[in-house]
Design a protein around this ligand. Sequence first.
Ligand SMILES: [Zn+2]
Length: 431
Amino acid sequence: MRWKHAVSAALGGLALALSLSAQSDQWVVIRAGRLFDSQQGAFVAHAVVVVHGERITAAGTADRVKIPAGAQVIDLGNATLLPGLIDTHTHLFLTGESEDRYDEQLLKESWQYRTIEAVVNARKDLEAGFTSLRDLETEGAMYSDADVRNAINRGLIPGPRLQVATRALSTTGGYPLESYSPEVNVPSGVQKVDSPWAARQAVREQISNGADVIKIYSTHHHHFTADGKLVSIPTFTLEEIQAIVDEAHREGVKVACHAYGGVGLHNCLDAGVDSIEHGLDLDEASIQKLTQKHIYYVPTLYVYEFDPSDDLKATGGKTSRARIHEVSFRRAVTAGVTIAFGTDVGPFPHGTQAKEFAYMVRFGMKPVEAMRAATSMAAELLGWQDRVGSVEPGKFADLIAVAGDPASDITELERVKFVMKGGQVVRNDWK
Ligand SMILES: [Zn+2]
């Protein structure tokens, strides 16, 4: 599958490649007060990064980096330079909606209209400093995410580098739209499959239609007990998830598992998925499995923080998913679980997902570790550690800059002022 996209992208990109050929030879030098080394979790002072075409050729302290003659110099003064941020859990096809708007989007908006929204959202995320995204399903817009990815790769539209999940998978009764009369055929936010063999076929279909990653929903409905515990109802059986993971891995594709807690969470961990999404309700056994099996934890804290009113109503003000999540996140940090930055942006507005960082730090993560989660660790989860996630020779020149010091004030990352993707300046507020 990968080769097919590569070939078509190469052909489609021919015109663009020609128009950019003058630029692709160009040397650009970026100077900044300091540079974040995402491998070491440290800063390099008086930083210089040399870019040739779309790649980095050198990076380090000014006195150690040779400046090519005739290079264009972008001087960012005292700014802090970082690798482009990576959000490993996004929804480009959702646009800041409540539950009602979700139904309306699926019932009243065409896939074409929703794709236009996704194009706008992709640009917002890029301009906010997110140069790579793992977009975890289109919520009913079928395979349109593969088109957005291809259009970005061919230079037709601005946007982050994308890995896409296409339709995602759940079971009958395991995803909206719900609560309509059985007489009415309504669209579904996911592809529903029942049985291991149906699941295998769906994985094959999604990969053949452009999925870079398989997304599954292993828990769906939830409620709170009288004493404020969260109960998450599983969707798939263990056997079904094993079939999905086996089929995806057989084709070299990773599996992202949406799970809150309980049996659904453990089924995913036991089946050997590659990441747990949300993981609101981690028990000791699940933290051990995450650590021992080196499964990534993508917490998505902010999406549960921005409006907990339904949960507070349901529990009489006793608790919320956000408060249960905080406990799980703190435990995971203490236990040394590998955490990749992900936000679930879509239910809240695109371009604002850097608000996640403040919650990660408030709930016990060191600022430099939160920054690594959104750069080097996220790149590893995507399997893209050879191309993004750090500022090193050979990698794509995906860079961002902020005015202050994000290690002492993590909210600096909410105010990104410079963005470069693949050697091209997307944004420079200092110009
Ligand atoms: Zn999500």
